[in-house]
Design a protein around this ligand. Structure first.
Ligand code: NAG
Ligand code: NAG
Ligand code: NAG
Ligand code: NAG
Ligand code: NAG
Length: 379
């Protein structure tokens, strides 16, 4: 009995080694043909065979002095008292750019309306727009005046003196965690969202209140990327050179479009960011590296979206947390997604069955670009 068992184990071991060998040969030979399929296979094998990113700590940790040089730009607009108030549920950062004034206006009058959230949902949520200075030096002065004027009216901008570009997104991430640490340590949750993301505030607040009741420690939720490969095509926006990140997959991280962490995780990320090399400009991956160094891992929520836009339907609104890529439709979406019809849609067995059927029809199409996965249709 015992012998047998050992023999089986040995057999499996040989099998595993052979598989690994064949896989590695395939990988090496296909290096030239490093298209997306191969890099995904590689990164997935990496993620699920190695399944540990301990080495990241060593190669990304730098001294505090060197880290100081990378973030910590001077504040041009700030609101140190924005977070005053005892019982704060959520500090919500919206990553915006100087010229996106219309997006900010739409957010203020829809899901980012603090008065609405406090009156209708009974929760204390603060929305802060974070940005740098206009990327174009020539337009910097005039946009800056407009920004100051906008801020006089709404008092919700926080701006630092760095050029607001895609490759400075990690600087913006450092700004968020630094600001939260300095002025808003008591918020129970921190969220970071793009300015073209729609947040279903009633659903989100309800969900976070429930998580909070259970005691949220080590909480980090969003659309999780597991075993995502660095993009090596030079023409891609997300291109990352080998010198910046030499392994074949990133540690687990949540899509930067919208994710939430609990207060304790926010402070861990902040502490990690003080000694981690932040030249890696993909901000959500950088956040993943910080979290990895602190032993925090993300959890998937089926109704947080990454890149995609959710289908328009009350049965989707009923569950939706975030959806990406909404600009011109944000007012209509807000009105429809928070209507009374939606609040009633899943009451009763028949209606629940109807909604499940609708969600299957909407989310489980073979050619559907993934916002929410097919399996979330059944939740
Ligand atoms: C290194 O990373 C691991 C996770 O991969 C983490 O659990 C550990 O705490 C990190 N160590 C240090 C010294 O940061
Ligand atoms: C925010 O919501 C309140 C209460 O629902 C409403 O009175 C106010 O007009 C809204 N603000 C904006 C900018 O739409
Ligand atoms: C980031 O901002 C700094 C400060 O304005 C600027 O010098 C630098 O060129 C920016 N980096 C990128 C990649 O845009
Ligand atoms: C941070 O990483 C970059 C490569 O991405 C490297 O050139 C730089 O020397 C590193 N900084 C420190 C202080 O190690
Ligand atoms: C929603 O349900 C409530 C009570 O179940 C009912 O009073 C109300 O009329 C319903 N509203 C709509 C728009 O169906």
């Amino acid at each position: 009995m015992f012998m047998n068992f050992r023999r089986i184990r040995k057999c499996q071991c040989v099998q595993l080694v052979t598989t690994c060998f064949v896989l590695s040969v395939v990988m090496v030979c296909w290096e030239q043909l490093d298209n997306s399929v191969v890099s995904h296979v590689k990164s997935y094998s990496y993620r699920y065979l190695v399944n540990s990113y301990n080495f990241l700590n060593k190669s990304f940790v730098i001294t505090r002095q060197s880290a100081d040089g990378l973030g910590g730009y001077r504040y041009l607009i700030n609101h140190k008292d924005k977070c005053a108030g005892r019982d704060m549920l959520l500090l919500l950062f919206v990553k915006t750019s100087p010229e996106n004034v219309e997006r900010r206006q739409s957010i203020r009058s829809t899901w980012g309306n603090e008065t609405y959230v406090s009156r209708e949902l009974g929760a204390d949520v603060r929305v802060v727009f974070v940005l740098g200075v206009h990327r174009d030096c020539q337009r910097r002065e005039s946009t800056q005046e407009a920004l100051l004027e906008e801020d006089r009216q709404y008092s919700d901008l926080v701006q630092q003196d760095f050029a607001d570009t895609f490759h400075n997104l990690t600087v913006k991430l450092l700004l968020q965690f630094q600001w939260a640490h300095t002025y808003c340590r008591h918020a129970r949750f921190l969220m970071s969202a793009d300015d073209d993301v729609f947040v279903h505030m009633p659903n989100l607040v309800g969900y976070l209140q429930e998580v909070d009741r259970r005691g949220a420690q080590g909480f980090w939720v969003g659309r999780v990327h597991r075993g995502a490969p660095p993009i090596r095509r030079k023409d891609s926006k997300y291109y990352v050179p080998y010198e910046m990140y030499r392994w074949s997959s990133y540690p687990d991280y949540t899509a930067g479009a919208g994710y939430v962490v609990s207060g304790d995780v926010a402070s861990k990320i902040y502490r990690a960011s003080l000694t981690i090399n932040s030249t890696l400009y993909i901000d959500d991956v950088f956040m993943g590296i910080c979290a990895n160094a602190m032993g925090v891992s993300p959890q998937e929520h089926p109704f947080f979206s990454g890149e995609g836009k959710a289908p328009y339907h009350p049965c989707i609104y009923d569950k939706m947390m975030t959806s990406h890529g909404h600009v011109s439709d944000i007012h209509d979406l807000w009105r429809e997604a928070t209507s009374l019809e939606v609040q009633n849609i899943s009451r009763g067995l028949l209606r629940r069955l109807y909604c499940t059927a609708v969600r299957v029809a909407l989310l489980c199409k073979p050619y559907y670009v993934d916002t929410y996965s097919c399996k979330s249709a059944f939740l």
